[in-house]
Design a protein around this ligand. Structure first.
Ligand code: DX5
Length: 216
């Protein structure tokens, strides 16, 4: 894989929402990004949080908003205003190439980096039209909607394919990432790992995050 540093992005979906600021502070010294899983109850069968929650977050970490929503173009401005520094939308939610390209441009012109996500059943070729325009490709290792699911090993070939074709692209994986699956993700070529249950369920969050980074 390319010698890009492995970025760790804890997902607050697994955090204690009654103490969200403290939860974020508990991982802030050890993580690189913080991922906010935004779910609308339509694109995925779950509801999570909106821009006001992001607006209230006080952190030095890069705020990564993962839009698991229909019509993500309608959401970008509010999350940019709320402080998002990276926004990923799903290829399955925006199928037309011109709309994808316009959305990526809107995210970038708002001062954030842009990513596109593909679900386990979506082929890499599905995003050929924008893979050279995005800053990040998110290869989902679970079906989106809920934390704590089992890692789907079959997606690793897609990661290998993406890394071989795009040596310098940031490739993120999300879903079931823990100390057992992280080495497989890194070996396949991922260099940005989202992890929720494993990190926020750990007694020692510092060592949990360190165990995901692998040998650097
Ligand atoms: C799925 C979510 C989860 C979450 C992390 O829609 O995107 O992948 O971020 O989940 P776990 O708890 O498996 O790390």
């Amino acid at each position: 894989m390319s010698d890009l540093k492995v970025i760790i992005a804890p997902s607050i979906l697994a955090a204690d929402f009654n103490n969200l600021q403290e939860e974020i502070k508990s991982i802030e010294p050890f993580a690189d990004w913080i991922q906010i899983d935004v779910m609308d109850g339509h694109f995925v069968d779950n509801l999570s949080f909106g821009a006001p929650v992001v607006d209230d977050i006080d952190t030095s970490l890069k705020i990564d908003v993962h839009l698991m929503v229909e019509n993500p173009a309608n959401r970008v401005e509010e999350f940019l205003k709320a402080g998002a520094k990276h926004i990923t939308f799903h290829a399955e939610a925006v199928k037309k190439s011109d709309q994808r390209k316009a959305l990526i441009e809107a995210i970038k012109s708002g001062g954030a980096t842009a990513g596109i996500a593909i679900n386990p059943e979506t082929e890499l070729s599905e995003v050929d039209d924008v893979i050279d325009q995005v800053d990040l490709l998110l290869v989902m290792s679970v079906h989106p909607g809920f934390g704590g699911q089992a890692f789907i090993d079959d997606v690793l070939d897609k990661v290998r394919q993406a890394r071989a074709a795009h040596p310098d692209l940031m490739i993120q994986m999300d879903g079931g990432v823990d100390d057992k699956t992280a080495p497989k993700c890194i070996e396949a070529g991922a260099n940005n790992l989202v992890s929720g249950s494993f990190i926020f369920g750990a007694n020692n969050r510092e060592s949990a995050i360190a165990s995901l980074r692998g040998s650097e």
